[in-house]
Design a protein around this ligand. Structure first.
Ligand code: BEZ
Length: 209
């Protein structure tokens, strides 16, 4: 049994943390990481996290030497250098930039989805800015349309950094926007996700019910 020499500050509801937990499982590194569940919101940050990441954001990964890495992209890159299997982030060449750009578009869904969540859940209803909410939702829709093309052209076959990001983005939409009905508009993406969401790493990292 490998010793736990890192600590991941995370929340089970955070899709950014979920990407890290999925990659840890896909690369066999989960047993080396202590999971530290923090309670926080944008208006009530966690002292434990702030002490390690001045932005107060999760995920944050404390290493054995006491240094802390953040944000999720940096942590994913670091962890992908710590295992001996085939890298999930191509190390060089055009595929590196292509896969990281797709992963970044998946993060754009997460950014927009989380902003919508904060606006609708934390802000008083009379202050909700509908134009801004609509613009965030349109960003999500444009990203989904691009992922539909990627699924259709076989670009999501390998469960790498891009596929992990897209799967976690779709999982977050199902979690926070179950009414969105994205599967009706993006059938090939839905078919891809039906399989991807059944991977052990995805099943073991589902957001709370
Ligand atoms: C959420 O509850 O939707 C959430 C929690 C942590 C980070 C981002 C989103």
């Amino acid at each position: 049994m490998p010793s736990k020499n890192m600590t991941l500050f995370y929340s089970p509801a955070s899709p950014f943390a979920r990407k890290v937990i999925v990659l840890l499982q896909e690369t066999g590194q989960l047993p080396t990481v202590e999971l530290f569940d923090v309670k926080l919101s944008p208006v009530s940050p966690s002292g434990e996290v702030i002490a390690r990441n001045p932005s107060g954001k999760i995920p944050a990964l404390e290493l054995a030497n006491g240094e802390t890495l953040h944000d999720s992209r940096v942590i994913l890159d670091y962890l992908d250098h710590q295992h001996s299997g085939e890298p999930l982030i191509p190390r060089e060449g055009p595929s590196r930039w292509q896969r990281l750009t797709l992963a970044s578009l998946a993060d754009a869904i997460l950014d927009a989805g989380v902003l919508i969540r904060y606006e609708t859940f934390l802000r008083p209803e009379e202050l909700h800015w509908q134009t801004w909410l609509g613009a965030q939702q349109e960003k999500i829709e444009r990203a989904l349309a691009e992922f539909e093309t990627q699924a259709d052209t076989g670009q999501l076959q390998r469960f790498d950094i891009a596929s992990i990001g897209i799967a976690c983005a779709l999982g977050y939409l199902d979690f926070r926007q179950p009414q969105l009905g994205w599967r009706e508009r993006y059938a090939r993406l839905a078919s891809w996700y039906a399989d991807a969401s059944q991977r052990e790493s995805m099943l073991n990292s589902q957001p709370p019910a």
